[in-house]
Ligand binder design. Structure first.
Ligand SMILES: N[C@@H](CCC(=O)N[C@@H](CS)C(=O)NCC(=O)O)C(=O)O
Length: 244
Protein backbone atom coordinates (compact mmCIF):
# COMPACT_ATOMS: atom_id res chain seq x y z
CA UNK A 1 0.00 0.00 0.00
CA UNK A 2 1.32 3.43 -0.92
CA UNK A 3 2.37 5.52 2.06
CA UNK A 4 0.99 9.02 1.97
CA UNK A 5 3.77 11.58 2.46
CA UNK A 6 3.71 13.18 5.89
CA UNK A 7 5.09 16.55 6.88
CA UNK A 8 5.26 16.92 10.65
CA UNK A 9 5.64 20.30 12.33
CA UNK A 10 3.83 22.53 14.80
CA UNK A 11 0.74 24.74 14.45
CA UNK A 12 3.04 27.38 12.95
CA UNK A 13 4.10 28.49 9.49
CA UNK A 14 7.77 28.78 10.42
CA UNK A 15 10.12 26.28 8.86
CA UNK A 16 7.41 24.11 7.31
CA UNK A 17 5.51 26.69 5.35
CA UNK A 18 7.59 26.68 2.16
CA UNK A 19 7.23 22.89 1.90
CA UNK A 20 3.50 23.06 2.65
CA UNK A 21 3.11 25.68 -0.08
CA UNK A 22 5.13 23.65 -2.57
CA UNK A 23 3.21 20.42 -1.95
CA UNK A 24 -0.16 22.17 -1.89
CA UNK A 25 0.49 24.20 -5.03
CA UNK A 26 1.55 21.09 -6.94
CA UNK A 27 -1.52 19.20 -5.75
CA UNK A 28 0.51 16.55 -3.90
CA UNK A 29 -1.63 14.73 -1.34
CA UNK A 30 0.15 14.78 2.02
CA UNK A 31 -0.59 14.62 5.70
CA UNK A 32 0.04 18.00 7.28
CA UNK A 33 0.67 16.73 10.79
CA UNK A 34 0.82 19.36 13.51
CA UNK A 35 2.13 18.66 16.98
CA UNK A 36 0.13 20.65 19.47
CA UNK A 37 0.80 19.19 22.93
CA UNK A 38 3.88 18.73 25.15
CA UNK A 39 3.13 15.00 25.49
CA UNK A 40 2.96 14.44 21.74
CA UNK A 41 6.16 16.42 21.20
CA UNK A 42 7.98 14.68 24.04
CA UNK A 43 7.25 11.31 22.44
CA UNK A 44 8.11 12.38 18.89
CA UNK A 45 11.26 14.29 19.83
CA UNK A 46 13.00 10.99 20.73
CA UNK A 47 12.39 9.85 17.17
CA UNK A 48 13.96 12.73 15.23
CA UNK A 49 17.74 12.66 14.92
CA UNK A 50 18.46 16.29 15.84
CA UNK A 51 15.46 16.85 18.09
CA UNK A 52 13.72 19.35 15.82
CA UNK A 53 10.98 19.63 13.22
CA UNK A 54 9.96 19.75 10.40
CA UNK A 55 10.23 16.10 9.43
CA UNK A 56 9.20 14.71 6.05
CA UNK A 57 8.47 11.03 5.45
CA UNK A 58 7.51 9.20 2.31
CA UNK A 59 8.18 5.74 0.90
CA UNK A 60 11.85 6.54 0.38
CA UNK A 61 12.99 9.02 3.01
CA UNK A 62 12.59 10.02 6.62
CA UNK A 63 14.14 13.44 6.60
CA UNK A 64 14.62 16.43 8.89
CA UNK A 65 16.13 19.87 8.19
CA UNK A 66 13.71 22.20 6.46
CA UNK A 67 16.07 23.12 3.61
CA UNK A 68 17.05 19.53 2.87
CA UNK A 69 13.33 18.73 2.72
CA UNK A 70 12.71 21.58 0.30
CA UNK A 71 15.55 20.50 -1.98
CA UNK A 72 14.32 16.89 -1.90
CA UNK A 73 10.81 17.99 -2.83
CA UNK A 74 12.14 20.17 -5.63
CA UNK A 75 14.07 17.24 -7.09
CA UNK A 76 11.36 14.63 -6.69
CA UNK A 77 8.68 16.95 -8.08
CA UNK A 78 10.88 17.83 -11.04
CA UNK A 79 11.05 21.54 -10.21
CA UNK A 80 14.75 22.00 -10.73
CA UNK A 81 14.68 21.72 -14.46
CA UNK A 82 17.81 22.95 -16.10
CA UNK A 83 16.21 24.31 -19.25
CA UNK A 84 18.20 27.28 -20.33
CA UNK A 85 20.84 26.59 -17.71
CA UNK A 86 24.11 24.66 -18.14
CA UNK A 87 23.97 20.86 -18.50
CA UNK A 88 22.58 18.43 -15.98
CA UNK A 89 25.95 16.99 -15.06
CA UNK A 90 27.55 20.34 -14.59
CA UNK A 91 27.92 21.04 -10.89
CA UNK A 92 27.92 24.75 -11.69
CA UNK A 93 24.33 24.50 -12.92
CA UNK A 94 22.95 23.89 -9.45
CA UNK A 95 24.70 26.64 -7.56
CA UNK A 96 22.20 29.23 -8.69
CA UNK A 97 19.50 27.49 -6.62
CA UNK A 98 21.80 26.78 -3.69
CA UNK A 99 23.11 30.32 -3.43
CA UNK A 100 19.71 31.95 -3.20
CA UNK A 101 18.33 29.27 -0.90
CA UNK A 102 21.12 30.05 1.57
CA UNK A 103 20.48 33.77 1.29
CA UNK A 104 16.74 33.41 1.82
CA UNK A 105 17.36 31.10 4.75
CA UNK A 106 19.65 33.68 6.34
CA UNK A 107 17.30 36.60 5.80
CA UNK A 108 14.40 34.59 7.20
CA UNK A 109 16.44 33.59 10.26
CA UNK A 110 17.35 37.24 10.72
CA UNK A 111 13.69 38.26 10.71
CA UNK A 112 12.87 35.52 13.20
CA UNK A 113 15.74 36.44 15.53
CA UNK A 114 14.66 40.07 15.49
CA UNK A 115 11.40 39.10 17.25
CA UNK A 116 13.45 37.59 20.08
CA UNK A 117 15.01 40.94 21.00
CA UNK A 118 13.43 42.23 24.20
CA UNK A 119 12.59 45.64 22.70
CA UNK A 120 11.60 44.47 19.20
CA UNK A 121 8.12 45.99 19.43
CA UNK A 122 9.72 49.44 19.82
CA UNK A 123 12.47 49.07 17.25
CA UNK A 124 10.47 47.84 14.26
CA UNK A 125 10.90 51.07 12.32
CA UNK A 126 14.66 51.05 12.73
CA UNK A 127 14.77 47.41 11.64
CA UNK A 128 12.50 48.04 8.67
CA UNK A 129 14.38 51.11 7.45
CA UNK A 130 17.81 49.61 8.08
CA UNK A 131 18.78 46.00 7.65
CA UNK A 132 15.42 44.82 6.27
CA UNK A 133 15.43 47.40 3.49
CA UNK A 134 19.00 46.53 2.70
CA UNK A 135 18.22 42.79 2.55
CA UNK A 136 15.16 43.35 0.37
CA UNK A 137 17.09 45.62 -1.98
CA UNK A 138 19.83 43.03 -2.39
CA UNK A 139 17.28 40.26 -2.89
CA UNK A 140 15.49 42.30 -5.53
CA UNK A 141 18.76 42.88 -7.32
CA UNK A 142 19.47 39.13 -7.39
CA UNK A 143 15.91 38.40 -8.47
CA UNK A 144 16.08 40.81 -11.37
CA UNK A 145 19.37 39.33 -12.54
CA UNK A 146 18.45 35.62 -12.35
CA UNK A 147 14.78 35.11 -13.05
CA UNK A 148 13.19 35.84 -16.35
CA UNK A 149 10.51 38.08 -14.89
CA UNK A 150 8.19 35.74 -13.07
CA UNK A 151 10.23 33.33 -10.98
CA UNK A 152 13.47 33.50 -9.03
CA UNK A 153 15.43 31.14 -11.26
CA UNK A 154 14.85 30.69 -14.98
CA UNK A 155 11.34 30.59 -16.38
CA UNK A 156 9.70 27.89 -14.27
CA UNK A 157 8.64 27.70 -10.66
CA UNK A 158 11.05 26.08 -8.19
CA UNK A 159 11.40 25.51 -4.44
CA UNK A 160 13.05 28.93 -4.29
CA UNK A 161 9.76 30.63 -5.21
CA UNK A 162 7.92 28.93 -2.34
CA UNK A 163 10.68 29.81 0.11
CA UNK A 164 10.80 33.41 -1.10
CA UNK A 165 7.03 33.69 -0.84
CA UNK A 166 7.01 32.28 2.72
CA UNK A 167 9.63 34.86 3.75
CA UNK A 168 8.09 37.82 1.90
CA UNK A 169 4.67 36.94 3.25
CA UNK A 170 5.97 37.42 6.79
CA UNK A 171 7.46 40.74 5.71
CA UNK A 172 4.04 41.63 4.23
CA UNK A 173 2.40 40.84 7.59
CA UNK A 174 4.64 42.98 9.79
CA UNK A 175 6.35 45.47 7.44
CA UNK A 176 3.91 46.01 4.55
CA UNK A 177 5.29 49.41 3.59
CA UNK A 178 8.82 48.07 3.38
CA UNK A 179 7.67 45.29 1.07
CA UNK A 180 5.73 47.74 -1.10
CA UNK A 181 8.95 49.71 -1.73
CA UNK A 182 10.61 46.78 -3.47
CA UNK A 183 8.22 46.69 -6.38
CA UNK A 184 9.47 43.59 -8.15
CA UNK A 185 9.34 41.55 -4.96
CA UNK A 186 5.93 42.94 -4.04
CA UNK A 187 4.65 41.95 -7.50
CA UNK A 188 6.20 38.49 -7.12
CA UNK A 189 4.49 38.12 -3.73
CA UNK A 190 1.13 39.15 -5.21
CA UNK A 191 1.48 36.68 -8.10
CA UNK A 192 2.31 33.79 -5.79
CA UNK A 193 -0.55 34.68 -3.48
CA UNK A 194 -2.94 34.61 -6.44
CA UNK A 195 -1.93 31.14 -7.66
CA UNK A 196 -5.22 29.24 -7.39
CA UNK A 197 -4.12 26.54 -4.97
CA UNK A 198 -2.18 28.99 -2.81
CA UNK A 199 -5.16 31.37 -2.69
CA UNK A 200 -7.36 28.42 -1.76
CA UNK A 201 -4.96 27.40 1.03
CA UNK A 202 -4.84 30.95 2.37
CA UNK A 203 -8.65 31.08 2.48
CA UNK A 204 -9.09 27.52 3.70
CA UNK A 205 -8.96 28.20 7.42
CA UNK A 206 -6.41 25.39 7.56
CA UNK A 207 -3.32 27.56 7.26
CA UNK A 208 -1.67 28.18 10.64
CA UNK A 209 -2.46 31.72 11.76
CA UNK A 210 0.81 31.97 13.70
CA UNK A 211 4.09 32.60 11.87
CA UNK A 212 6.25 31.61 14.82
CA UNK A 213 7.07 32.50 18.40
CA UNK A 214 8.39 35.88 19.50
CA UNK A 215 9.83 36.87 22.85
CA UNK A 216 6.36 38.00 23.97
CA UNK A 217 4.25 35.24 22.44
CA UNK A 218 2.96 34.02 19.08
CA UNK A 219 3.28 36.21 15.97
CA UNK A 220 -0.22 36.15 14.51
CA UNK A 221 -0.91 37.12 10.91
CA UNK A 222 -2.70 40.48 11.19
CA UNK A 223 -4.64 39.78 7.98
CA UNK A 224 -6.40 36.74 9.44
CA UNK A 225 -9.80 37.16 11.05
CA UNK A 226 -9.70 35.18 14.26
CA UNK A 227 -12.70 33.33 15.63
CA UNK A 228 -13.86 34.43 19.08
CA UNK A 229 -11.96 32.32 21.58
CA UNK A 230 -9.64 30.86 18.93
CA UNK A 231 -6.81 29.03 20.68
CA UNK A 232 -3.19 28.40 19.85
CA UNK A 233 -2.10 24.95 21.05
CA UNK A 234 1.61 24.27 21.19
CA UNK A 235 4.06 22.06 23.10
CA UNK A 236 5.86 24.87 24.93
CA UNK A 237 3.21 26.94 26.72
CA UNK A 238 -0.28 26.58 28.07
CA UNK A 239 -2.87 27.03 25.27
CA UNK A 240 -3.01 30.72 24.32
CA UNK A 241 -6.24 32.52 23.45
CA UNK A 242 -5.74 34.40 20.18
CA UNK A 243 -9.27 35.55 19.36
CA UNK A 244 -10.76 37.99 21.88
N1 LIG B 1 17.85 23.67 11.11
C1 LIG B 1 16.59 23.02 11.45
C2 LIG B 1 16.05 23.67 12.71
C3 LIG B 1 14.92 22.86 13.30
C4 LIG B 1 14.34 23.54 14.52
O1 LIG B 1 15.03 24.27 15.26
N2 LIG B 1 13.05 23.32 14.75
C5 LIG B 1 12.38 23.90 15.86
C6 LIG B 1 11.09 24.59 15.42
S1 LIG B 1 11.35 25.92 14.34
C7 LIG B 1 11.96 22.82 16.83
O2 LIG B 1 11.67 21.72 16.43
N3 LIG B 1 11.84 23.17 18.12
C8 LIG B 1 11.25 22.31 19.08
C9 LIG B 1 11.91 22.33 20.40
O3 LIG B 1 13.09 22.67 20.45
O4 LIG B 1 11.25 22.00 21.37
C10 LIG B 1 15.63 23.15 10.26
O5 LIG B 1 15.76 24.11 9.48
O6 LIG B 1 14.76 22.28 10.10
Amino acid sequence: MAVRPTLSYFELRGRAEASRLLLGDLGVEFIDRRITSPEEWEALKQDVPFGGLPRYQDERVDLTQSHAILRYLARTQGLVGLDGLPGENDAAAWVVYDEIQEVLSETQEHLWRFAWEADYQDTGETYANGILRWFLGALQQWYSEHGEGEYWVGDTISHIDYLAFAYLDEVRAFFPETLARVELLAAFHARMQARPRIAEYIDSGHRPVVFGMAVDGPKVDPDVTLEPGQMFHNPWTQPIVLGG
